[in-house]
Design a binder for this molecule. Sequence first.
Ligand SMILES: Nc1nc2c(ncn2[C@@H]2O[C@H](COP(=O)(O)OP(=O)(O)O)[C@@H](O)[C@H]2O)c(=O)[nH]1
Ligand SMILES: [Mg+2]
Length: 299
Amino acid sequence: MTEPGAKHHAGYVALVGRPNVGKSTLLNHLVGHKLSITSPRPQTTRHRITGILTRPDAQFIFLDTPGLQTRHSGRLNRALNRAAAEALEGADVAVLVVEALRFGPEDRAVLAQIPHDRPAVLAINKVDVLADKSRLLPFIAEVSALHAFAEVVPLSARTGRHVEELLRAIAAHLPEGPALHAEDELTDRSERFLAAEFLREKLFRLLGEEVPYATAVEIESFEGAGNLRRIAASILVDRPGQKAMVIGKGGEKLKTIATQARQDMERLFGGKVYLEVWVRVRRGWADDGATLRRLGYEQ
Ligand SMILES: Nc1nc2c(ncn2[C@@H]2O[C@H](COP(=O)(O)OP(=O)(O)O)[C@@H](O)[C@H]2O)c(=O)[nH]1
Ligand SMILES: [Mg+2]
């Protein structure tokens, strides 16, 4: 409810934190749609993803970030780390996401990246798995001593517990101003981009070991809108052995990957999707400038 004369707030909110703390899960919960891919494996997110939440009194433009990367090939790593730093530079509010009772050197390194003049909110995630809640207060005290956080909010991105409190805490520090996006706008990312991301998520969730880190997804054609889309995609791998793993025995693995990705697409786009997926060996794709640009990892 907007009170007469109440001020409207709008701005950019960077979600930062070490890999696997739950930034992408939190983004999806904050905006109420699955936009950003998540997996139990670190360094799933490779792109800056924007998710927009419009409320009567505030518009939040969330930036999910890849977080500090180390697992990918050198050139791709550098591009990914640039994305996180750039998101922080342009943000009105920084949200440092950490895991309850875990604060280590990697968290400290991300905290050090937050500019001092930026309001920073500490989001302590995964409190749903906390067995001993009495340990939370000393943890809050310990982390709060390291930085002048504007607010501290313990929450669970998985269950949604206290996510509303986080929104309130952020809104209090957003600049005053009119909405920057139309109220039905959910993201600045195209359906084409999101389709590739959903496929990439399945690679991270369904393939073992190092294989997902050696893959990328390229959309070759994307036609249609409304109730029907036809999408053709390629999964790029580095070596023939990886191609065999993505395809699986009798093509079963690839079938599962494509089916699950298609279901995500249909849910978000709100229509039927015909999806065709190929697996192609492209040696050294992660160190090839032209490929990285085509896939949107480099400008
Ligand atoms: N138990 C629990 N798990 C969570 C929570 N938030 C995220 N996760 C899990 O943590 C893993 C990493 O999440 P993700 O959002 O990909 O982390 P990111 O790398 O920071 O973006 C996934 O397996 C999530 O399901 C939470 O609040 N509680
Ligand atoms: Mg992520």
